[in-house]
Design a protein around this ligand. Structure first.
Ligand code: NFS
Length: 664
């Protein structure tokens, strides 16, 4: 057994760490060894918002030079992290809205509205008339209405209306219903400037408002508009891990978050002219794979294979088989430049917002998107003859099949068909106790904790205990690598959960998309709450959210908007507010008394599972549901649904491409 098994649960990453070390290449796994986290910053008690400091509030030092207390400093730091996360997600959503506007105005000829059904649905929700109007006219109004949400100064965000009424009232009563997306982020920065908001509770409550502007604002808009432009996901099969890289083809990896360019890179990779060109360079074809949430976006809609998650990025280059890694925004390590220098790999940055010193910059422009996509793919092809010249090529023979593509629309459809879709069967299953509860397991990797281990452990334990798991982001990819995103996972599910999954035709672990698609989980939760039988608010559901290996500010924003929506949220890995008992109390008991949800940092995986199950059982009791009994169900003898998933997706369902998505 290699020594790297202690740092990663992924055998491909394990093998590639060996390869990288032989070559003297350093990765995040090594840096996490020798860079010890600063204990002061780690606990959230370093204040560096002005030039009198930085003030380190440790030992006898109880306040900063200005008199700011530990509680204020810790709360301010957390508030700023939430705001940064909300800004990142929402700015991504803004770009999607701007792209839709460009498409509608005929300025982005390489795109079109692919999901007219979803456009009509979103337009109707936004109060935009659709009768007898051209698709692009509706799209223009939708884009403009979406963009207006960012700069809105008064009133409240339109998408809040998608939450159960009771939840909307809670936000209204507490005064935390966001007014505009940008406004809340800016206000957090203002409040946390030197000498402003200096009451921990008050700062943290605005943290909830800011996070809500992400979850029920920027991110939710992003998911909707991405579906409009590229199609609402439906289940499809694909594959994950480094074994998706091909020995004899040009390997191009898209990495980052926005699907705007990656969708066109996919088109360019499928272009017969480009494939012919690749052949002239000695390759058999062009192979596109993804990493991080770009991978999730293209996987969910197009079935593009994923090479891995956040901590896989450097190692993918260490295969020596990647001609081009094309990145846009977020979760991209600067270290990629250094790793790529050891190989022939070209690192190409593409976003106006993100350059990396030492990388090749080819700026994306939606007005001539396909031309740029082809130029990038050509860079990769031209690089193919350089493969293996100065480096050894090693592609681990490790991959796993998976099923992805569970949009909330599809989940509804699966439970009753196109006309009678609902969440009734799922609610009934929870009410009888066949399904004990639901957990959302999401978020990043973090080299401070063994890669993928906690995701995999938590998800396996939960399905074993009859908890249905919905997933997004790097967590979904982690579990996919283990083979749990598919019908095989039924063998690991508790008997009641298995019975329901077989009856509805879903696996017990559902991949709902990228990190902005956490909003699909909000929508599922709202629909379950309003379906009846499980209370009348998200906060009533026997449900928990977990981010076992979080590291990014975006994860904190997600955690906070789930809390504000009524959910108990557990974060693993590390506690960024460990320096203040009071702030820990405020975001757990304090928030629970206000919004019903609470945020806790629990570093032990077993405790995470235990707390999750306890909370689910508590909510069941509060709803007056029968106590969960693992031996009560599972004798139906239904045949597993391998056969269902073996059918190609386009032949499998009625909803999607033929019935709902135009043009395909
Ligand atoms: Ni989300 Fe974390 Fe990044 Fe995606 Fe992965 S690291 S918060 S899961 S890729 S955004």
């Amino acid at each position: 057994m290699s020594k790297y098994v202690s740092v990663t649960a992924d055998p491909a990453v394990e093998q590639l760490l060996e390869v990288a070390h032989e070559k003297g290449i350093e990765t995040a796994f090594d840096r996490a060894e020798y860079i010890k986290p600063c204990p002061i910053g780690s606990d959230g008690v370093c204040c560096k918002i002005c030039a009198m400091g930085p003030c380190r509030l440790v030992g006898k030092v109880k306040t900063g030079i200005c008199g700011a207390t530990v509680d204020t400093v810790v709360a301010r730091n957390l508030g700023r992290q939430i705001a940064a996360g909300a800004a990142a997600h929402s700015d991504h959503g803004r770009d999607m809205a701007l792209a839709l506007l460009a498409v509608a105005e005929g300025e982005a000829p390489d795109y079109r509205v692919r999901d007219i059904g979803k456009l009509v649905e979103v337009a109707t929700f936004l109060g935009i008339s659709v009768e007898g109007r051209e698709t692009n006219d509706i799209a223009k109004d939708v884009a403009e209405a979406a963009l207006a949400q960012f700069g809105q100064q008064r009133g409240t965000l339109k998408y809040l209306e998608r939450a159960p009424r009771k939840r909307q009232q809670i936000w209204k009563d507490l005064g935390i219903a966001p007014r505009g997306i940008d406004r809340e982020v800016v206000e957090t920065l203002h409040r946390t400037h030197i000498g402003n908001d200096q009451d921990a509770e008050h700062i943290l409550d605005h943290g909830l408002r800011t996070a809500l502007s992400d979850g029920w604002g920027g991110s939710m808009l992003s998911t909707d508009i991405t579906d409009i432009l590229f199609g609402t996901p439906v289940p499809l099969t694909s594959e994950v891990n480094m074994g998706c890289l091909e020995e004899d083809e040009v390997n191009i990896i898209v990495h980052g978050h926005e699907p705007l360019l990656s969708e066109l890179i996919l088109m360019a990779c499928q272009d017969p002219e480009m494939i012919e060109y690749a052949k002239t360079k000695g390759a058999k074809g062009i192979n596109l794979t993804g990493i991080c949430c770009t991978a999730n976006e293209t996987l969910m809609r197009q079935g593009v294979r994923s090479a891995g998650n956040f901590l896989s990025q450097e190692l993918a280059i260490a295969t020596g088989a990647v001609e081009a890694m094309v990145v846009d925004i977020q979760c991209i390590m600067q270290a990629l430049v250094g790793v790529a220098e050891h190989y022939h790999t070209k690192l190409i940055t593409t976003s106006r917002k993100a350059k990396i010193t030492g990388a090749t910059h080819i700026e994306f422009d939606e007005h001539k998107a396909f031309e740029i996509a082809k130029r990038i793919v050509k860079e990769g092809i031209d690089n193919f003859p350089n493969r293996g010249k100065a480096e050894k090529v090693y592609i681990p023979n490790v991959s796993a099949p998976l099923v992805a593509g569970f949009s909330h629309e599809y989940l509804r459809y699966m439970q009753g068909g196109y006309y009678r879709g609902s969440f009734r069967p799922l609610n009934d299953a929870v009410m009888t106790g066949r399904i004990r509860g639901v957990a959302g397991v999401v978020g990043c990797n973090n080299p401070r904790t063994p890669h993928d281990y906690t995701h995999n452990y938590v998800v396996q334990e939960l399905i074993k205990n009859d908890v249905l798991v919905v997933q997004t982001g790097c967590s979904a990819i982690s579990v996919a690598k283990l083979g749990l995103l598919g019908p095989e996972a039924l063998d690991h599910a508790g008997p009641g959960l298995r019975e329901v999954c077989e009856a509805i035709g879903i696996p017990p672990v559902l991949h709902l998309g990228s990190c902005v698609d956490n909003t699909r989980i909000l929508t599922v939760a709202s629909q379950m709450a309003t379906e009846g039988g499980l209370g009348d608010d998200i906060g009533d559901l026997p449900a928990v959210g977990l981010a076992p290996e979080w590291m990014s500010e975006k994860a904190l924003s997600i955690g906070a908007y789930f809390v504000a929506s009524g959910v108990y949220v557990i974060f693993g890995t590390k506690n960024p507010i460990a320096g203040s008992e009071e702030v820990q109390r405020l975001i757990s008991e304090g928030w629970e008394s206000k919004v019903g949800g609470k945020l806790e940092f629990i570093l032990d995986p077993e405790e995470m599972v235990q707390k999750t199950l306890e909370h689910i059982d508590l909510k069941r009791a509060e709803l007056g549901l029968p106590e969960y009994d693992p031996d009560r169900f599972g004798q139906s003898g239904d045949a597993p649904l391998e056969a269902f998933f073996a059918v190609p997706p386009e032949e499998r369902n009625l909803y999607s491409r033929k019935a709902y998505v135009s043009g395909d």
